[in-house]
Design a binder for this molecule. Structure first.
Ligand SMILES: [Zn+2]
Length: 505
């Protein structure tokens, strides 16, 4: 502060102003265990950040008088977590500080997922640049978003005609030119589910020719998961597109325990030269609309509904989290509601669908499958969460992996878990200078206590913030410190043209 005053007051003291250029005010993080994100073993080092970048990593750094010094003894310094699947698009407008996201160490998020994105992308980029948020953002363009435009008036419940597919492809091309990093699809959801595989191939091609990725919530996460995985492999091959399966899961009793089969199917495709990866969130329950339980879409057919409820292990495994027409159902499972109403769970299900639907949590994944997925270097960690989502993954995903699966259960080494949250997703996206702690890299950093870090959110309290993440820097500026957000909004919008052309598999 004194130097700045001197600069204004006298030309004579102008020489003093050179000093900040030589030793600019920075942040020195001392005595930290540096886990650099590459998978390399933790090492003791000091880290110096000036402006937006890491400028020095050394056994001991002498801080200059203007530096902010952070004693990080016993703490881990890691790259900020890069969330490949995040639903904060809308939430960020009301909550730009994104406490639920930065408190779990997220510094960069990919939005526009599951086939649904903002439109036009150019407007979204401009708006987010005019009103930045705490974290860096990238967006995909949604398949359902362009499909509902090309098949206007709600006339999307059918295969598209060739001219409509052409129209969608031109919209994808437009989105790519405006800054999207690729195409997302939600083939299990209402609009996307009516598409044929050739339609998706055509759109994935349009993204691929502009260097884009294809990220998919695949067509089925239940009994027909393997067919859905095969479809992604076909799309990757036919469109020549790098493909990524979002929130890989085996969601019904019929496919429980089959992670080795899913992995070998994908590994075979990868070995044949296709560029396919996946992510998996660390929860054994999903959250979606109640209708996804019934893949054949016979939502009012008692036989189909009964089969759907059996597939998740029974109606006690379906928790209603939001139901506009029946607020009294919220946070009760279908079994409890049925008993209270003196009806069958099948009847309750059909009543809910007829009255406008509900958001539900289905307790359906097996931990052994998640563990098997995490043992694969190319299956990464993403949250599928986001601001306001009523699922514990909205606030707890990354700390849950670090606390429960690394520290308590020893599923994977800390360095490997962090690699799956940092350099691996950075490489997948083609992000430059992020996802790694090294001199010259951008200072997206997380400092956490490896003995304390843990998720605290539950299905009853999905918004409860995680603990143990002490400090989060985005582009060199603190956004989370000592249990609260700062007022800073240093996040950047990163568009497709800013990414490296050569992505790693
Ligand atoms: Zn999804």
């Amino acid at each position: 502060m004194m130097l700045r005053l001197s600069c204004r007051s006298s030309a004579l003291i102008a020489l003093v102003c050179i000093v900040p250029l030589i030793k600019a005010q920075g942040i020195v993080i001392r005595q930290a265990q540096v886990i650099d994100g590459t998978g390399a073993p933790a090492r003791r080092a000091d880290v110096r950040v000036v402006a937006t970048r890491i400028v020095q990593i050394a056994p001991s750094i002498t801080a200059s008088p203007n530096d902010t010094v952070i004693d990080a003894a016993g703490m881990v310094v890691a790259p900020g977590f890069i969330d490949l699947h995040n639903h904060s698009d809308r939430g960020l407008s009301d909550d730009p500080q994104a406490a639920s996201q930065v408190s779990q160490g997220i510094t960069t998020a990919v939005v526009g997922v599951d086939g649904s994105s903002s439109w036009p992308i150019a407007d979204w980029v401009a708006k987010r640049r005019a009103n930045p948020v705490a974290i860096n953002l990238l967006t995909l363009v949604g398949h359902a978003t362009v499909r509902s435009r090309a098949m206007a008036g709600g006339d999307y419940k059918r295969a598209a005609k060739p001219a409509e597919v052409d129209r969608m492809a031109s919209l994808v091309d437009q989105a790519m030119r405006e800054g999207a990093i690729g195409l997302s699809s939600g083939l299990e959801y209402e609009v996307g589910s009516y598409s044929t595989t050739p339609e998706v191939i055509a759109l994935a091609k349009a993204a691929a020719v502009r260097g884009g990725l294809y990220m998919s919530h695949i067509r089925d996460e239940a009994d027909r998961t393997f067919e859905a995985i095969e479809e992604v492999i076909t799309i990757a091959r036919e469109a020549g597109v790098p493909a990524h399966i979002s929130h890989l899961k085996l969601g019904t009793a019929g496919v429980w325990g089959k992670a080795p089969d899913a992995v070998s199917m994908l590994a075979k495709a990868r070995n044949s030269g296709l560029d396919i990866t996946a992510d998996c969130y660390p929860y054994d329950a999903w959250s979606s609309t109640i209708t996804v339980l019934v893949p054949n879409k016979q939502y009012e057919d008692p036989v189909s509904v009964a089969k759907a409820l059996a597939d998740v292990g029974g109606p006690q495994n379906v928790l209603v989290t939001s139901c506009r027409e029946h607020r009294d159902y919220e946070f009760q499972n279908l079994q409890q509601i049925a008993e209270r109403k003196g009806k069958t769970a099948v009847d309750i299900f059909i009543e809910i669908v007829r009255s406008g639907g509900a958001s539900v949590v289905g307790k359906a994944m097996q931990e052994r499958d998640i563990r098997y997925f995490y043992a694969q270097p190319w299956i990464l960690i993403a949250s599928d969460g986001g601001i306001g989502m009523r699922h514990p993954r909205a606030t707890g995903s990354f700390p849950k992996v670090l606390g429960r699966y690394v520290r308590e259960a020893h599923w994977l080494p800390l360095e490997e878990a962090i690699r799956k949250m940092t350099s691996a997703p950075a490489a997948r996206l083609g992000l430059k200078d992020r996802g790694v702690v090294r001199e010259g890299a951008l200072a997206d950093l997380v400092i956490f206590d490896p003995k304390q870090v843990a998720d605290q959110s539950t299905f009853a309290e999905p918004g409860k913030l995680s603990k143990g993440i002490q400090l989060v820097l985005v582009n060199g500026t603190a956004v989370w410190r000592d249990g609260q957000t700062t007022t800073a909004r240093p996040g950047l919008v990163i568009t497709g043209d800013e990414l490296l052309s050569g992505r790693r598999k």
